[in-house]
Write a protein that binds this ligand. Sequence first.
Ligand code: ACO
Length: 341
Amino acid sequence: MTEVTGSEVRNPAAAVTTGWTARVTGCGSALPERRMTNHELATMVDTSDEWIAQRTGIKERRIAADGENTSDLATRAALAALKQAGISGADVDLIVLATCTPDRTMPATAVRVQAAIGMTGGIAFDVQAVCSGFVFALSVADNMIRLGQVRTAVVIGAETMSRIIDWTDRNSCVLFGDGAGAVVLRAERQEAGQPPKGILSTHLHSDGRHQDKIHTDGGTSSTQTAGKMHLEGREVFLHAVVNLAEASQEALAANGLTQADLDWVIPHQANQRIVQTLGDKLHLPKEKVVLTVDHHGNTSAASIPLALAEAVEDGRIKENDLVLMPAMGSGFTWGAALIRW
Ligand code: ACO
C-alpha cells in the first residue's frame, strides 16, 4: 500500500484577476430512466444490498438504455441549464464537456452537443479528468471568461459509466451509474467595492504515479477498444479523503475564507463514507454536505453537476451562498472550485 502524503504538486495560481467573473446562471441535469437497484446487482454478482449500502451508501443508480449515449444525456442537461438561464444555444460561445466515456473516439462529444443545442459558432471541446472532470472543465471555462475570450459558456459533466464497467467484477460494478449535469456561466463585471460573486477560484492537481489505481484495460492507441474498468478501491479511498480535504483547504485559504464561511459543500459523490469523512475533516454539520450518491451512485464527471442541480432545484442553494466543490478521480486528478452564488 502506498503512503498517502497528499498533494506534492501545487498550483498556486488561484485566479486571474481581470475584472470579469463567471456567474452560474443556470443548472440542469439528465438521468436515464432505468433504475438499477442493489437487489438487481445481487442477482448478477456475489453481493448484497446490505454490503453495498453499508460500504458505499449507494441504494440505486441509473443505467443508460441501448442507443442512449453520453451526448444524449449531455444535451438534455445542457438544454435544461440553458432554459433555467433564460437563453438559447445560439447565445453560447463555449462548451467544455468533461467525460471519460465519449460517444466516439473522435470527434469530441462536445461538438455533438454543440450541434444538438443549435449553437453554430463558438468553441466546443472535451476534457478528460475522470471523476474530477467537471471541476477541470469549470476551471478551463472560468479562465477563458476571465481572459475575455468568451462571454457565455456551458460546462457539462456527462458519463455512461455502464459501458466501461466489468459487470462480472463485484469490486467495481456496484459503484457506478450514468447521468449528466450542466451549468451555464456568463461573464459579469465585478462591481467595485462589492465582494466578488461567481467562481472565486479553481485549484487543480494531477499525479500520474497513481495512474493504475483506477484504469481501463484498453484504449484506442493500445488495444483499439475502450476496455473495462479496474480499481483498487481501498487505495483510492485513502487518497480521496486526503486530497479532497487538502484541495478544499487550498480553495478556502486562497480566498481568505475558512470552513465556517461555507454554506454548502458539493463533493464528488464516490462513496458516502468518503463524503462524510470529508465533512468531518472540514468540521461541517452534515446538513451542509450535499449527498446524492445513494440514488446516483458514482457518475464520475457528472456527479457534482448532478448534485448541484438537485440542490439548486430544491431551493437549498440561494444567492450569496458560498459553495465548495471538491473532486478526486482516476489519474489521480483532484481539485476544487469555490463559488459565491
Ligand atoms: N459485495 C460484497 N463484498 C465485496 C464487494 C461487493 N460488491 N466488493 C468487494 N467485496 C469484498 C472484498 O472482496 C473484500 O473481501 P475479502 O476481505 O474477503 O478480500 C471485502 O469486501 C472488503 O473489501 P475492501 O476493499 O476492504 O472494502 P472497503 O471497505 O474498502 O470498500 C469500496 C470498498 C466500496 C470500493 C471502497 O474502498 C471505495 O469506495 N473506494 C473508493 C471508490 C472508488 O474507487 N471510486 C472510483 C472512482 S475515484 C473516486 O471516485 C474518488
